[in-house]
Structure formats: structure tokens, C-alpha cells
Design a protein around this ligand. Structure first.
Ligand SMILES: Nc1ncnc2c1ncn2[C@@H]1O[C@H](COP(=O)(O)OP(=O)(O)OP(=O)(O)O)[C@@H](O)[C@H]1O
Ligand SMILES: [Mg+2]
Length: 393
């Protein structure tokens, strides 16, 4: 089992357990002796999974584990116990542990636990079922824009790509701002939403296409936007299942549902990745960005998520970075599908709230975004009829 080398930390006081785990994972495995120590290692950011040994099967330790889970909800926690009782299982689940495996440890049990975890994520995302009957036979494509590091250019990409897709005649496009705490899609598009997905979240039990449509905000181009909560505190009102239900409804009525996200790998993002027909992973040309993208891809592979729909978008392509495209491709074991050059016009467009595909549609940055949109929809028409600059100059 080499997949876990960099991502897995074994935590236990007990030498026997640690050496058994080491043997199972062929030696090269970081170890922490206490939850505190594990929490410090987790802060370094490279970890994806903790394997907690049998010495933590008590209430006090579970409380510590719960704090650790709150500190880093994306961390996958697996526990090993000498005997798995219903009480222990309940306590562990409440503390954020994904599964409790009965000792002695073996490879099959760990793999089964990881599979179960991935399965649960999928199940939760499909829990929200659409209320309305689908009116169209073909459902729209979900395009999830992600990155493993903040500030990589997700929102700039999501807004420009959504506008480009919206140029295609007879195609309806909606942009969903799923950066629940700090969503800034509306800022970039100079929109002042009257309603947000918080309103939709409060109506989930009778939400249908018509009601959801009435909560969208329209951009002068015709692009529709489902706005993020206006304040970070409201983000708590949005559950993964709730957002999945909204996407299901939108998919019935829109050809493209573009989803902007926050930079983390929690359950919501995993669900958005799983649900997507296209995942655009935006990678900045710097080392932390590439390192995090590598970890994110490894995590997806570890969770047995398909990376088949994932396409790499290289942002700030010509910036004075130390890495070249070949190095990045070999580090990520994936080809770069499209690239957007670095240009001072981008921050200007952000500050002015006027996306670059509208203000400078023939420029090289707009052409870069076009190459991204073409990954999804093929040739994008020139900006004349539907998109264009109307109302904006
Ligand atoms: N190609 C580019 N050239 C120059 N500047 C860029 C480019 N792409 C993005 N930027 C700048 O980087 C900043 C971050 O971009 P953006 O907000 O799209 O990133 P993000 O991934 O959505 O960030 P967050 O994780 O905070 O949501 C923007 O203010 C933008 O001006
Ligand atoms: Mg953003």
C-alpha cells in the first residue's frame, strides 16, 4: 500500500499497534503518539487521513478527536478498536470519525473502510431529490470549478467561462456561487442579488424550478446567477444535500450549470466534484499551488473518485514562475488541457466588475478563457448577438 505514504498518519501510544501498522504500510509512515501531536502535524496541511489506534477508545480521547475534526473537517479519520461496540461506534461517529475498524488491522479492512467512506459521500449527495418532474429529456451539464489553493483564479475562470457558454445560441446557463462563506461571483459581475441560495435553503421542502428561478439574479448578458450567502455566518444554512437538490433542479432547466467553489476538500466539494460532468481544476503557476493540486488529486484517487472528468487549467501561464508546464504535468501525472495567460487586465476587470471576455473579447486572456470553455462546449461563437457588451459600456 504505497498510496498512503504521504497522506496517512498513524496515531497511537501503543508500540504494538504502531509497528503493526508500519508493517502493513511497508515502513515509511509518519507516526504521532497523541492527538495533540497529530493535530500539530495536521496543521502542516499535508495529511489526508488519520489512523487512530485502540488507545483512543475512550470518551476523553473522543472529545479530543472531535476538536481535531472541527479544526480540520476535511481530514478523514479512521479508528481501530479492539472491540467495536455500538456505544463506541456512536461516540466515534459523533466525534467525526468516518469508520471504526476492528483490530487486528489488515489491508482489506482499511480498503473496505475507505470505500465505504467514499460511498457515504456519494449517498449523501444524492439524498436531495428533485421535487419537480424533469421538463427536459436531456439534463444540463454541471461544470465544477475547483482549485486546491486559494486565489488561483477559480472565480475569474468560472465567471468568464459561464459568460462564454452563455454566448452559445439557445443554451441557458446558470452560475452557482458555492463558495459559501466568501463567494464573490456577484462582485465580479457587478450584481446586487435580492435573493441568495439561503432563501432557497429555507424552502427546500417545496422548492421547484419556478421558485428557484425566482431566486436567481440576472446579469445583463442573460446569464443567471444563484448567489452565495451574503454573510459567512449564513453559510451554515446550506447543507450539502440542500445544495445538491438545488443543482438537480437547475440541471433540469439549464444546459450548463457552472459552479464556483471554495478552496478546500471537504464533503461539499467532494460531492460537487462527484456530481460534475466536467471538473476544471485551476492551477496557478507556483509551487504551493502545484503541491496542493497534487495532494488533492491523490486524495481523489485515494477515495476512489474518478479523475476522468478532471481537466487541468493552467492560470497565469506566462508569469515569471520557476516551474514550466512539463514539470507541472509530470508532478500531477496529468496533462494541462487549457491555459490562461497572466495579464494586468484581469485584476482590473475584477475591480471594475466587468469580465474580460466582455470588455476585451479578442484579447489573449479572453482567448485563454475561450480555450477553457471549448473543453466543455466545443467552438464558442464570437461575441455579437447574445453575449456582447450591451448595457455594459
Ligand atoms: N490570469 C490572471 N492574470 C492576472 N491576475 C489574475 C489572473 N487570474 C487571476 N488573477 C488575479 O488573482 C486574484 C484571485 O483570482 P480569483 O478570485 O479568481 O481566485 P479564486 O481561486 O477564486 O480565489 P478564492 O480562493 O479566494 O476564491 C484576482 O483578484 C485576479 O485579479
Ligand atoms: Mg473565488
Amino acid at each position: 500500500m504505497s498510496m498512503a505514504e504521504h497522506n496517512l498518519l498513524v496515531v497511537d501510544k501503543d508500540d504494538d499497534f504502531v509497528s503493526a501498522a508500519k508493517e502493513l504500510f511497508e515502513g515509511r509512515l509518519p507516526v504521532a503518539r497523541s492527538i495533540e501531536e497529530a493535530s500539530q502535524t495536521a496543521e502542516s496541511g499535508d495529511l489526508r487521513m488519520l489512523l487512530l489506534g485502540p488507545s483512543f477508545s475512550n470518551d476523553e480521547s473522543l472529545e479530543q478527536i472531535r476538536n481535531l475534526h472541527n479544526q480540520d473537517p476535511a481530514l478523514i479519520l479512521m479508528m481501530v478498536a479492539d472491540t467495536v461496540t455500538a456505544d463506541l461506534l456512536r461516540g466515534a461517529m459523533r466525534a467525526g470519525v468516518s469508520d471504526v475498524i476492528e483490530a487486528p488491522l489488515d489491508e482489506a479492512k482499511i480498503e473496505a473502510a475507505i470505500e465505504q467512506f467514499a460511498h457515504d459521500v456519494l449517498k449523501r449527495r444524492s439524498a436531495g431529490k428533485p421535487v419537480a418532474e424533469p421538463v427536459r429529456t436531456e439534463r444540463g451539464a454541471i461544470v465544477t470549478v475547483t482549485s486546491a489553493k486559494g486565489g488561483s483564479g477559480k472565480t475569474v475562470t468560472a465567471t468568464n467561462v459561464a459568460l462564454l457558454l452563455n454566448r452559445i445560441p439557445d443554451k441557458k446557463v446558470v452560475l452557482v456561487d458555492a463558495d459559501l462563506q466568501f463567494g464573490d461571483v456577484c462582485l465580479l459581475l457587478q450584481l446586487e442579488p435580492r435573493f441568495t441560495m439561503v432563501n432557497a435553503a429555507h424552502e427546500l421542502h417545496h422548492l421547484d424550478a419556478e421558485m428557484l428561478d425566482s431566486l436567481l439574479t440576472e446579469h445583463p448578458s442573460g446569464l443567471k446567477v444563484l448567489a452565495a450567502p451574503l454573510e459567512p455566518a449564513f453559510a451554515d444554512d446550506i447543507t450539502t444535500a440542500g445544495l445538491m437538490q438545488m443543482l438537480d433542479i437547475l440541471q433540469d432547466n439549464y444546459d450548463y450549470v457552472v459552479v464556483d467553489t471554495a478552496s478546500m476538500l471537504d464533503e461539499l466539494i467532494l460531492s460537487l466534484i462527484e456530481k460534475a460532468d466536467h471538473v476544471l481544476m485551476v492551477v496557478d503557476m507556483d509551487l504551493p499551488s502545484v503541491k496542493n493540486a497534487k495532494l488533492a488529486l491523490e486524495t481523489l484517487r485515494l477515495l476512489k473518485f474518478s479523475t476522468q472528468n478532471v481537466q487541468l487549467v493552467m492560470n497565469r501561464n506566462n508569469s515569471k514562475a520557476k516551474l514550466d508546464n512539463k514539470e507541472i504535468e509530470s508532478a500531477l501525472k496529468m496533462e494541462i488541457s487549457a491555459a490562461v495567460p497572466s495579464d494586468a487586465a484581469v485584476p482590473n476587470s475584477v475591480n471594475e466588475g466587468r469580465p474580460i471576455v466582455e470588455t476585451d473579447p479578442k484579447g489573449k486572456v479572453a482567448k485563454g478563457f475561450e480555450s477553457v470553455a471549448e473543453l466543455i462546449a466545443g467552438k464558442i461563437p464570437e461575441s455579437t448577438s447574445k453575449g456582447g457588451l450591451f448595457g455594459r459600456k
